[in-house]
Design a binder for this molecule. Sequence first.
Ligand code: PMP
Length: 412
Amino acid sequence: MPDNVREAFDKPPGRVSLAAMTKLSKRIRGLTAGTGDGWSIHRRAVRLRAQGMPVIDLTVGEPDVRTDPEILSAMDAAARGGHTGYSAIPGTDALRDAIAARVEERTGVRTARGNVLVTPGGQSALFSALMAATDPGAEVLFPDPFYATYPGTIRAASAAPVRVPTRASGGFQPAEAFLRAGLTDRTSAMLVNSPNNPTGAVYSRATFDAIARVARDADLWLISDEVYDTQVWSGDHLSPRALPDMADRTLVVGSMSKSHAMTGSRVGWLIGPETAIDRIADLSTHTTYGIPGFVQDAALHALSLGRAFEERIAAPFRRRRDACLARLAGQQVVGVIPSGGAMYVMLDIRATGLPGLDFATRLLDHHHVAVMPGESFGDAAAGHVRVALTRPDHELLAAIDTIVALAGKMIP
Ligand code: PMP
């Protein structure tokens, strides 16, 4: 078995039996298409840290603050108060109402309890949306670079991923002509993500108008991943569900992972037409059986803290993004694609002649700084590395200096 296939199972070599492999479904075996899942540098960084090496890990998009004690107190009170049994599968009425109110306030689109399905994280909402929007064999268009789980999640729904290239020179905004070029008679959905992971692009009104036009003309579902909606540094967050005639064909993925520093609580949601949400809840019954009641109560409390709390959680990422851009200004070694949002900065290291993975490997092995190779996020990000702004400012800036110094040494 090739190493990359084994790696997809995330187990040490030798513990995967060949017989078990061949018995597994094509769906599971094909999930990462035999190319690995792009997280090898991250896993190695975690291993090295566990062995005591002082690695600055800038691979994962996880806030470096823990969940606020006030939210944990609400969780504790809910659990001790008895909310530890099976809970409402589409979400508690109170939480669905609070999410609906937040969505309506932020987007202006009328949103009620029936439009909301609570899921274990945005990732589960994404899977649910894809299960709902595709039949087996259907194609799903999405811009490249993309969040690393997209192709595998599409394949998990027995659909086929189709990448639409975007360019750094165009700010990584998908162009209408490229979207249309990706359409076939099997296309049933488009998946977009703004603010974008990994590029930090915030899609413009013109980009969303084009996306909506293509969705309407080709009669597609639009799945809009908006998990970074509180992290917008320039421009405005726009939800395509708010565009004319789009509410009935748009499924919005939301999450409290980034907005409330609650990654481990696994609270996300899917917003869509009531009739669709009602049926998609059937999938939750047959897969996750909902999320714990005490976690839902904690999420409700977290939402009650309002925008000021969300801004407090987002503030370090805005500050670090500005500090990184200032630090990188004036040097010519690595290219910088200024991010409009999300907790990442993409650096163009093509002048070194190295693929992102080779550069990231050297950076980790020799300098103990871990970043994600651009190739983990698609062909359009080749020769780039993604730096997550998830370490304290001084560590982050030291890592930026290290990256520039290494790139400088590598330039022929
Ligand atoms: N979408 C994007 C673009 C993400 O970056 C992430 C997490 N990194 C998710 C979805 C899923 O997040 P979660 O399941 O924690 O809500």
